[in-house]
Write a protein that binds this ligand. Structure first.
Ligand SMILES: [Zn+2]
Length: 276
């Protein structure tokens, strides 16, 4: 363990000790701090910031092999600190707002099933669409113009390794509601290339996104054997049981993800990104 992480974990631990007791939340998502003890990696992590993991994570016994596997992944994935997607190399970024219903795990009013927003939406002032978007971390880019959920989006995928250097899963960030047609017309086409953290990846938000142009910034945690994008979201699932349908915003068919594919959605705050 290097000094940087020692400091980070010590800081978070102090936060938990001082702030982590009590508190209530109107959401039915369990927002208690997740305390992770993982002897295999000989590190302990505590965090205030609830991820949005597959329902199995909250339902299985603490010593279940899936829980242990997920914890091991989280410990190592959270070591990746993110670059703010609007921040240039000089540390400047435009003013953005994130309404309450666009925050991470905000509840969506959808009738029978409680849906949640598994990402953060960033709005610029005056519905601006022209903005430089930068990679939150290094990795390989894939793009799509065919998503029913997001229209155009770009994703960056990075392996998550354990302390022995063995790859145990994948960290993916999604930059959605962008305009890849406009990017392409300006010779910005990033598909299949490797980018460094902080590198420019897009310059346009889509003007006609419902509710106004915004960047939908999403973090997904994948198990090792899947490199998909939309496949993260399974179809179907236990419709009748609200305890098993902690789904993302949008149609239900997009909302129930398959624990064989992914661990769930990451909270940006666990990667050092705070949006207000
Ligand atoms: Zn969104």
């Amino acid at each position: 363990m290097n000094n940087k992480y020692t400091l980070n974990y010590t800081f978070v631990l102090i936060l938990v000790l001082t702030v982590g007791c009590g508190g209530s939340n109107s959401s039915n998502v369990n927002t208690d701090p997740v305390i992770i003890n993982n002897n295999d990696d000989s590190e302990n992590i505590s965090t205030l910031y609830q991820d949005f993991l597959t329902p199995n994570y909250y339902l299985l016994e603490a010593n279940d092999s899936f829980i242990l596997e997920t914890n091991k992944f989280l410990i190592n994935a959270r070591k990746q600190q993110f670059h703010h997607p609007f921040e240039d190399k000089n540390g400047n970024k435009p003013y953005t707002s994130t309404p309450n219903n666009s925050k991470f795990t905000a509840e969506k009013n959808t009738g029978n099933v409680t849906l949640h927003h598994s990402a953060v939406d960033l709005y610029l002032q005056n519905a601006k669409t022209s903005v430089n978007i930068y990679a939150a971390h290094d990795g390989y880019i894939s793009t799509t113009k065919l998503s029913g959920k997001y229209r155009h989006y770009l994703s960056i995928t990075k392996d998550v390794n354990n302390i022995k250097g063995v790859t145990i899963g994948k960290l993916v960030t999604i930059y959605a509601h962008i305009d890849l047609d406009l990017d392409e017309s300006e010779q910005i086409w990033m598909n299949n290339i490797y980018v460094n953290k902080g590198e420019l990846i897009s310059k346009h938000l889509y003007a006609n996104t419902a509710g106004g142009p915004h960047l939908h910034f999403e973090i997904r945690y994948y198990r090792l054997n899947d490199d998909g994008t939309e496949t993260f979201y399974g179809i179907g699932g236990p419709m009748g049981n609200p305890n098993l349908t902690q789904s993302s915003a949008g149609d239900y068919s997009f909302g129930a993800w398959d624990p064989e594919v992914g661990y769930g959605f990451g909270n940006p705050e666990n990667h050092g990104l705070f949006f207000y």
